[in-house]
Design a binder for this molecule. Structure first.
Ligand code: FIX
Ligand code: ZN
Length: 416
């Protein structure tokens, strides 16, 4: 269907296409039910999300150590009262909880969480996952799987059955960033590795990666990296990247996801909520993409100040795929700026968003927000194109949206 140049036709068609397309959520902290009790869901987990814990400590007299001593329900009741009853839930993360309650037809202005607790307690998890994914408009979610997490490793060793709604990712933070605290776990599993990384360490880490990749069948390998990350550098991390991780990804034909710019634990007192953000030196990406042209690098950077530079690098390297508006960037004001400059510089050759959901029901609001922010941006792009002489067909829109939210990922990972 040829769209007229009128804005309202375009806006309506874009909204309909976004609504009708099932997205792939290519980075989450969700877990398939066959991995036991690792997956978080329900109102108490939603309300104690670390984004909301950070906001609690700005609006309550409670001290972190007193908060951590509370029960999960007690923590949730305090956050609900503080951020949702005594204050208006206008922040992105608080509004998200309201959107989830509303999506399930629950009251959004209750003084207590009792109605919500009863509702979520009544849900059967696998059907609840189907319902949440349907409400979110996603077909599948990509997990974050840590072979050095003893609880998760034990679940994989039991033989976690494949779940078509989920894809695995081999997460490497403990290997690449926390070697000192974990090398002896590998040694205990029979890998001839050394504290300083000498001897056969790189080859043995490669053997470890291959063994876990056979078990998990990951769609990519991933690591989050500090704002100070540099490559090349004289460090064990650089050596393991060069000699173990990058070759392993290349030979398996899967990307390496680099998530760069975290300032870990700037405030340890508030635990998972205590991480910050810092501008990184993206010349590391330049060197990795140039030195390893047969590797594919999914990349998300945490500092708003690095975003335009990442787009420029993506124009230089076809093996670099920018993805997502990560963590502190996942707010409409920043998502709009990042997505507009990406479309202007990269067309549809990037992955606009991931949810980073830690609690199952978060996919509902995170993807609702993505569609809401994306619609006017895409409409504007098509209106400009029409004004400059090329009217846009609905089929063009469907192809573009499918490419950004599905086929860029599928083509890069082989995850069909
Ligand atoms: O490293 C990561 O995967 C980050 O997304 C998380 O560590 C972070 O806590 C998060 O959930 C951000 O949304
Ligand atoms: Zn994450």
């Amino acid at each position: 269907m040829q769209l007229s140049k009128s804005g309202e036709d375009t806006a309506r068609a874009v909204a309909e296409v976004l609504e009708a397309t099932k997205f792939i959520d290519m980075h989450t902290h969700l877990f398939q039910p066959s991995l036991g009790k690792l997956g978080l869901w329900g109102i108490d987990e939603l309300v104690t999300y670390h984004y909301l814990e950070a906001e609690l400590f700005r609006s309550s007299e409670v001290k972190p150590e007193a908060y951590w001593a509370m029960s999960k329900a007690g923590q949730a009741d305090l956050i609900w009262r503080t951020l949702f009853v005594e204050n208006t839930p206008v922040s992105e993360a608080t509004r998200g909880v309201v959107a989830v309650l509303h999506a399930f037809g629950l009251k959004t202005e209750s003084e207590s969480l009792e109605e919500a607790r009863e509702f979520f307690a009544s849900r059967e998890l696998s059907r609840h996952i189907d319902d949440c994914f349907a409400k979110a408009g996603i077909s599948e979610a990509v997990m974050t799987n840590d072979p050095l997490d003893p609880v998760e490793a034990a679940e994989w060793e039991k033989g976690a059955g494949k779940d078509a709604r989920f894809h695995a990712v081999l997460r490497l933070d403990r290997v690449l960033n926390q070697w000192r605290g974990h090398w002896q776990v590998l040694e205990g599993q029979g890998y001839r590795v050394e504290a300083e990384g000498g001897g056969k360490t790189a080859g043995e880490v490669r053997r470890f990666l291959d063994a876990w990749a056979e078990k998990m069948k990951p769609v990519y390998m991933a690591v989050s990296l500090p704002d100070t990350f540099a490559y090349p550098e004289e460090s064990l991390r650089a050596k393991l990247l060069r000699e173990a991780v990058v070759p392993a990804c290349r030979e398996r034909g899967i990307p390496l996801s680099l998530m760069i710019g975290v300032r870990y634990q700037v405030n340890p007192a508030i635990r998972l909520a205590g991480d910050g953000s810092g501008k990184a030196d993206l010349r590391a990406i330049e060197r990795l993409c140039r030195d390893f042209p047969d590797n594919k690098f999914l990349t998300s950077v945490l500092s708003r100040e690095n975003q335009h530079e990442l787009c420029v690098y993506a124009r230089k390297f076809g093996n670099l795929m920018p993805f997502g508006c990560w963590w502190f960037l996942n707010n409409p004001s920043v998502v709009e700026e990042m997505t507009r400059e990406r479309i202007e510089m990269l067309g549809a050759s990037f992955i606009p968003q991931h949810s980073d959901a830690r609690v199952l029901e978060q996919v509902i609001y995170k993807w609702r927000n993505t569609r809401r922010t994306m619609a006017p941006i895409l409409s504007q792009s098509y209106r400009l194109l029409a004004e400059d002489g090329r009217a846009v067909k609905r089929a063009d829109m469907e192809r573009d949206v499918r490419r950004m939210f599905r086929t860029n990922f599928e083509r890069w990972t082989g995850a069909e």
